[in-house]
Design a protein around this ligand. Structure first.
Ligand code: GDP
Ligand code: GDP
Length: 440
């Protein structure tokens, strides 16, 4: 989906004129859902080498200029929610009017990305209007003349990073035609080869005399329950073809490599002695590399009191690996082929969550609620303000928040937000990244 820019502002500031300039004759689609959305025009815009979709909220000329009727407010809000960014237009000749303030307020509360454009800025008269717009607190105003095509370079400069960021995000989108890349990692003897063989449904993985043939293979493709997977080889899977003395060295570097290749990492631990240093190290690595993680507890057939053991394991896991909070823990018996359906489902869920995308409007609605209920701290008596949040990529879900004093944001508040994102958007089994950018 191409980047969407909504042009908003009160009637007569020049929204349609600008829309027409950007779209030219390329007016492509008018949202044709009868009745509901016909007030919003969409067109394919071009500005320099940028192409994007522009949404026009004009067509409200009949609106009472002194107030902002509900319909107009609703239309603007809808456009803001549909768009990746808004171009808020003012009229340089009119200065900042009370009605502009109402729009500014909507935009501030929706917390969307706003480019502030001051139209009709051609000639000396326009300058004062552009300066005056600073007071809206929506960043640097750009002087424009939609009619004469002035200020388009500045508009380009403001839009370009937003469009580029959007394009980067699209590139990053999941590719459904590709198999899910899975690594099964864990200490030697956890049962990795047995598990992978159980998934493959045949004893094909580096056991027996043919081991030599396949030992250099990095991965194996398999359709598991109707989904294509590529399972990455790890030391445990290869050791049978190797001399034992090389085992330890291999287990570290191969584990690393498998984690880097993988989208989802299955950390296989032995139910009798799980979560030893090596397990923790691999789990931590997977988290730092930003992989989705599923913990599989193997040799479940040997466990006596299964319910109690599961509780114990969950507690241990939460205590020892807080960075993987919420990651699923599944009991399996590789040797008996039990628990594999649950494991597969957990892997699919983790993969989906790892690819998750949350809309900017949902995020900002959420951010507002969070910061109202639980405001950020106020070091030195001045409250840190979080203005806006957007998901910059998935795989794993990564968020960017605009914040005036990012350096002063304490780790604990970041953790609070990450835990909240995980809880409220169901992002379990994946690392979550949150970074700040200094905004106005
Ligand atoms: P909208 O209601 O916001 O869509 O505004 P329009 O695009 O219909 O423009 C309203 C009026 O402002 C029209 O008469 C336009 O010709 C005029 N206008 C638009 N852009 C400019 C501009 O850059 N400079 C000047 N002087 N007038 C403009
Ligand atoms: P790897 O080093 O992680 O690849 O582990 P292997 O797959 O070679 O398994 C190590 C040992 O554990 C072998 O003797 C397996 O038969 C045994 N094993 C693997 N999975 C299970 C299981 O689910 N239950 C039991 N009881 N033993 C298992």
């Amino acid at each position: 989906m191409s980047f969407k820019l909504a042009i908003v502002g009160r009637p007569n500031v020049g929204k349609s004129t600008l829309f027409n300039r950007l779209v030219g004759k390329r007016l492509a689609l008018v949202d044709d859902q009868p009745g509901v959305t016909r007030d919003l025009r969409e067109g394919e815009a071009r500005l320099g080498d940028l192409t994007f979709t522009v949404i026009d909220t004009a067509g409200l000329e009949e609106a009472d200029p002194e107030s902002l009727p509900g319909r107009m407010r609703a239309l603007t809000e809808r456009a803001v929610d549909m768009a990746d960014a808004c171009l808020f237009l003012l009229d340089a000749r009119a200065g900042v009017t009370p009605q502009d303030e109402v729009f500014a307020d909507i935009l501030r509360r929706r917390n969307g990305r706003v480019i502030l454009g001051v139209n009709k800025a051609e000639g000396a008269q326009g300058e004062a209007g552009v300066l005056e717009a600073w007071r809206l607190g929506l960043g640097e105003p750009i002087g424009l003349s939609a009619e004469h095509g002035e200020g388009m370079g500045d508009l380009y400069a403001a839009l370009e990073p937003l469009v580029a960021e959007h394009a980067a995000r699209e590139l990053d989108a999941p590719r459904p035609d590709r198999p899910i890349q899975l690594a099964v990692v864990g200490r030697p003897n956890a049962g990795k080869s047995t598990l992978v063989n159980a998934i493959l449904g045949e004893d094909r993985l580096l056991t027996g005399p043919e081991a030599g043939i396949t030992r250099d293979a990095i991965s194996v493709n398999v359709s598991w329950g109707g989904t294509d997977f590529r399972i990455f080889d790890t030391a445990g899977m290869r050791k049978k073809a190797r001399v034992v003395s090389k085992l330890e060295k291999l287990s570290v570097s191969d584990g690393l490599r498998a984690v880097r290749f993988a989208e989802v990492v299955v950390l296989l631990v032995d139910a009798q002695n799980p979560f030893e240093t090596q397990d923790l190290r691999i789990a931590d690595l997977a988290e730092r590399e930003g992989r989705a993680v599923v913990v599989a507890v193997n040799k479940w057939d040997l466990v006596e009191d299964k319910n109690r053991r599961l509780r114990e394991l969950r507690e241990q896991f939460a205590r020892l690996l807080p960075q993987l909070k919420g990651a699923p823990l599944v009991a399996v018996s590789a040797i008996q082929g039990k628990g594999l359906d649950k494991l597969r489902q957990a892997v699919l869920d983790a993969h989906e969550v790892w690819n998750a995308r949350i809309s900017t409007s949902q995020l900002n609605q959420w951010l507002r609620e969070q910061t109202e209920a639980h405001p950020p701290p106020a070091p030195g008596g001045r409250r840190i303000k979080l203005r806006y949040m957007t998901q910059i990529k998935s795989r794993p879900p990564s968020f960017l928040a605009f914040c005036q004093r990012a350096d002063e944001m304490p780790e604990s508040y970041t953790r609070f937000l990450i835990n909240g994102l995980r809880r409220d958007f169901g992002l379990e089994g994946t690392p979550i990244r949150l970074t700040y950018r200094k905004g106005e």
